[in-house]
Design a binder for this molecule. Structure first.
Ligand SMILES: *Cc1c(COP(=O)(O)O)cnc(C)c1O
Length: 286
């Protein structure tokens, strides 16, 4: 608990170290430009990689969804908020990404929290790349599993950790697909090999890869699909999360996994159960 007089000194300290954060107020957005303080500027600082946040058919689908279902989700998925539109988006992943099942969260942050805290428990060992996104680190800490961070992309260090805990049953490797600060790619083929060899699950957060990597934009698994380890992979041991808030230009996240994991999430994930859901766009009318 931070004491009231500590708040001042904490903020002062951030200011002194030039670390204080300020929000820029945007008053308009058109194509690649944003309006700040009355001026239109070219925006080099966004995740809208394909410009889809301005796409007119997606806008129409969202408006049509609002007309059909109303402005908000009105309740959580397990009460009465789960619509046909949510159900349909979960089906897409089966054909496109090749996972048996998927589940929609209202943000990438919540998806990471909701999945990792559900599948990892006190007696789990979690191996996480040092440069993973903050939301993954928060999820690992919150799961109360043993949180082991290995140096960035160091497969030897990761294998050494896995070897040490060879006899432990519950193991989860956690990685960004495209690392969000440096833009480099995780070594997915080797991570899959290690997951297989040591009987671990592999969790991939592909927030920056989906829509960008792979010949049809299906993300990092498609990008590496020609590699032998990927060709032969059983997706049973992979959990693949794509966010809709980056290249797709809207919000939300889809977690692709085997059906048992999705069923467990529906039943146990606090970050899925205890939150209202995403507004509904109605792509079915397009
Ligand atoms: C942006 C980002 C998230 C969070 O996604 P939101 O949908 O914005 O909550 C999660 N993981 C990574 C790697 C990200 O870059």
């Amino acid at each position: 608990m931070i004491l009231l007089d500590e708040i001042d000194s904490s903020l002062k300290d951030l200011k002194k170290r030039s670390l204080i954060r300020k929000r820029v107020v945007v008053s308009g957005r058109k194509k690649n430009k944003i309006k700040i303080n009355g001026r239109w500027l070219i925006n080099f600082a966004s995740n809208d990689y394909l410009g889809l946040s301005q796409n007119s058919s997606i806008k129409k689908a969202i408006i049509s969804g609002i007309n059909k279902y109303g402005n908000g989700g009105s309740s959580s998925h397990l009460v009465s908020g789960h619509t046909e539109a949510h159900q349909n988006i979960e089906k897409i992943t089966k054909n496109n990404i090749g996972f048996a099942s998927s589940i929609l969260f209202s943000s990438g942050y919540l998806a990471n929290l909701g999945i990792i805290t559900t599948i990892a428990e006190k007696d789990s060992f979690i191996y996480a790349d040092k440069l993973n996104h903050a939301s993954l680190n928060d999820a690992c800490i919150l799961s109360r599993g043993k949180f082991i961070r290995f140096p960035h992309s160091d497969m030897v260090a990761l294998e050494n950790h896995l070897k040490k805990n060879k006899t432990k049953k519950k193991k989860l490797i956690v990685t960004d697909g495209v690392f969000s600060m440096d833009g480099d790619l995780a070594n997915i083929p080797d991570l899959i090999k290690l997951a297989k060899k040591y009987d671990a699950y592999l969790y991939i957060d592909d927030a920056h890869g989906y829509g960008i990597l792979g010949k049809s934009g299906q993300g990092i698994l498609e990008h590496f699909e020609k590699k032998d380890s990927i060709k032969k992979i059983s997706k049973e041991r992979i959990i693949y999360t794509l966010t809709l808030s980056k290249a797709v230009g809207i919000s939300g996240a889809l977690v692709c996994a085997n059906k048992k994991i999705v069923d467990l999430v529906i039943n146990k994930s606090r970050a899925y159960i205890y939150t209202c859901l995403l507004y509904t766009s109605d792509a079915a009318d397009e």
